[in-house]
Design a protein around this ligand. Sequence first.
Ligand code: BGC
Length: 756
Amino acid sequence: MDIKKIISEMTLEEKAGLCSGQDFWKTKAVERLGVPQMMVSDGPHGLRKQNDAGDHAGINESIKAVCFPPGVTVTSSFDRDLINTMGEYLGESANAENLGVLLGPAVNIKRSPLCGRNFEYFSEDPYLCGEMAVSQIKGIQSKGVGTSIKHYLANSQEHRRMSSDSRVDERTLREIYLPTFEKAVKEAQPWTVMCSYNRVNGEYASESYRFLTEILREEWGFEGFVVSDWGAVNNRVEGVKAGLDLEMPSSHGQNDAYIVKAVKDGDLDEAVLDKCVGRILRIIDMAVKESRPDAVFDLEDQHKMARKVAGESMVLLKNESLLPLPKRGRIAFIGAFADKPRFQGGGSSHINTFRESSALKAAEEMLGGAAEIVYLPGYSLNSDTVDQAMIDAAAAAAEGADMAVVFAGLPDSYESEGYDRSHMRLPESHDRLIEAVSRAQKKTVVVLHNGSPVEMPWIEGVDAVLEAYLGGQAVGEAVVDILFGDVNPSGKLAETFPLRLEDNPSYLSYLGEKDVVEYREGIFVGYRYYDKKKMDVLFPFGHGLSYTSFEYSNMKLSSSKITDSDDLTVSVDVRNTGKLTGKEAVQLYVAAPSGEAIRPVKELKGFGKVSLDPGETRTLSFELDSRSFAYFNTEINDWFVETGEYGILAGSSSRDIRLTGSVAVESSQKLPVSYSRNTLVGDLKDTAELAIIGPMMKAMEELFKSPGSDEADEAVTDEMKEAMFAYMPLRNLVTFGDGSLSFPELDAVIDKLNGK
Ligand code: BGC
């Protein structure tokens, strides 16, 4: 495609037209110039390709496809290769379905456990989110299909999702909400970025020149096009000016007409519109070139892959030696989810699966006649009310069995795109059932199907908990693989499970007041908050058990002293000390020294997953770059590394740190300082500076250091005097002194300090 030539031959109307959809899923063709239509589709963990009536809520039918485990689950694998391979499968099927772009990954930060779309999102930690996003995008795009990383930006709630205004301070944006998109753009170049519905600091994301052009393109080098979330356009002309290229779905020509008028009125430079058109054409061209109309994909093979992904991602939260279960005896499967599991969420990511697997059926198939499975539903799938008769029957069946597995979780009505949860509990009928069964049967396992953290009031009474999350269509098989030990669990939590909702840092301001949502917890999201507050949690970030055990040893740092432009290599040996082959996700955290900036106790800056046979040892190594030590300094509007001793922590979870080391980092940057009459005496730390001001301070220092009169209160301690002196502005050298120093004299010294 000769893009320049095409643009030069397009009419104004054609250009404006190309910047919005033909319908729900397709761009417009410009046949006379050979520009074809391009079709896009949800995403993110399977195809929701609607050939007939389209919608953005998962209401109308889509083609039969494979539902892989959603974001929450696959991120818990802590496995870049796995999500990359899943991406390849998704890309392959999208390509075979003649799609140009698959609408995902969805990477918004989990600010609160209540967000209705947490099941689709990756993590509370931006580093983990970014790494997984890069791998998934690379996987999908390697098959010649584009991605649309979404939803840019600060779209961490569903409540009033199309109008809410996320008020986030700059440092928090830079450290928590922007980095996933930044890393994805810099390392994987998604073909498109989807801007979100909400406003950010008062401005619609779809109209923000700062986010869509200055940061996304000028700072990070994004080369693709920006597409609006479906219906996220407010003022189309402002959007074009900001860098929003494609409006989806169609606006039935209305917004196109506004664009045409704005150009004719001189309100919009046609060159700006041309840029949007050029960016859209470039991606259409890529899609055409990469399209493989003869590609085929094997649903069965994809189902197998979905099973593998689920098995490597589910998290074993607790296990008092009950799991894996023996493949014999009488086992009670309790809970309607055993038969009809919840394995995906509602809304635009909802897949029309070609097959579904339940644990009940999978266990019967796996065990043949070797073990007897007794099944009782225990609760109704259609109502929340506690049915005591169902619970009693289930408890009796559990009592009569050798062990019980209770399948519980969140029903569809509890979490979905479109709204947020109002609490963090399971349905009461599920909680009561678990309590009753675990009272009746000492050997009780709980399998959870939910897309985000839940409270577990019954945790002490059960032997084991498997967090299956939403497992995709092969969920039943994956659960049974783990329950009976065919797969050794290796998932780790990509989010903290707080003890109670009220412990969550966003609790006081989540949902906001009408449209205004202040992100008051700032950078202290997830474990960054719980660690800083030294709070107990139900299960910490990074936690996940295995059927084997691992020993960490031999942490090595490539250097004990580096500058802020050097990289640091850290290596750690991990040994499988148990009896089964297993995988361990090792996490590397960096702990900043206490300096001027308020920092989290530690932050995840590396991770790696390794498979080990019993007795086997392998070395994992991690690269830390300058960003691993930096925080975003708003004074210089840039990343800044403070000089100091940084802790390097290797852990099996954020609360199970196995090895620690440290490195001295020397900053080459100096923060700008300027002195005024209001500079505090205590801030003049540098000896050179003190030398200038020295004589003037001497007298004052002496006054503060003098023993004082006999009558002086004992409360006037040295500490108090020292603090009073340190926190005193320079101007008080004049006013508190003996009158011998004048303001002009002080100002002259301040000028000198400022290098004037
Ligand atoms: C969702 C997007 C989705 C789009 C198209 C929107 O409502 O927020 O994630 O890709 O619909 O279905």
